[in-house]
Design a protein around this ligand. Structure first.
Ligand code: ADP
Ligand code: MG
Length: 217
């Protein structure tokens, strides 16, 4: 479950960005739909507790993020939120497998190599465990990033423009992976997108329309 109330965010020296209230039930799918600059990535950062709102509240799976101190928020995020960023942030200094191992350090949990193998296998990238991220295709790297996001079985999956650089087939594949993974974990799925293929592929999803600040009254 994700619930936002009265949310606004103001970047330094910028107009405040108001974000409409929304309630997404646990296991539901929400599309953040709007043009570039409308606040989709900002919304995801607020829902992940990466940014704190200027006003308003975010509650994720019963946890109000505003009451957590920053260290507690980092641990909470590592354990409960699966984030698939637009830029994947895989380290090329590490193997694919060790990129996933970092998740345990961030969460303050003991390393579980067997779970890493399972998570990579579930997304059909187990064969690449020993490679560096730069030795993968774009689609394979995205699967690895998704395997990393899902490793600790998060209750919320946040994906930022997951189809932006993909052709039609790869886009459909990425969306079905996201949807199937969320269903398997009974996680709430939020996809930020300005790609019409996404809402055509997920017609049942709840939609939160966002607008650029200058378009607002
Ligand atoms: P989207 O993901 O929909 O493209 P963003 O959430 O990235 O939109 O941005 C929303 C608004 O906030 C835009 O007007 C953008 O220019 C502004 N913005 C985003 N990041 C920053 C930043 N770090 N500093 C100042 N303004 C920012
Ligand atoms: Mg964005």
């Amino acid at each position: 479950m994700i619930e936002t109330r009265g949310l606004t965010y103001a970047y330094p020296h910028a107009q405040s960005l108001p974000l409409p209230d929304v309630v997404v039930p646990q296991g539901g799918t929400l599309l953040l739909r709007g043009p570039s600059g409308s606040g989709k990535s900002t919304w995801l950062a607020l829902a992940a507790g990466l940014l704190m709102p200027s006003s308003g509240e975010v509650v994720v799976a019963g946890q109000s993020l505003g009451v957590l101190r920053s260290g507690a928020r980092d641990t909470w995020r590592a354990r409960h939120v699966g984030f698939l960023p637009q830029k994947l942030h895989l380290s090329d200094a590490l193997s694919v497998s060790d990129n996933l191992a970092l998740v345990y350090f961030a969460a303050g949990l003991p390393l579980d190599r067997a779970a890493i193998v399972r998570s990579l296998d579930a997304l059909q990238v187990g064969a690449f465990a020993a490679r560096r991220p730069s030795q993968l295709s774009g689609g394979q790297a995205q699967r690895v990033a998704l395997a990393r996001a899902l490793l600790l079985r998060p209750c919320v999956i946040l994906a930022d423009e997951p189809t932006a650089s993909l052709d039609d087939d790869a886009s459909a594949m990425a969306l079905s992976l996201l949807r199937d993974s969320a269903a398997r974990l009974e996680a709430t799925l939020v996809i930020a997108t300005h790609d019409a293929r996404v809402w055509q592929t997920l017609p049942q999803a709840q939609v939160l329309p966002l607008m650029r600040p200058e378009r607002r009254a």
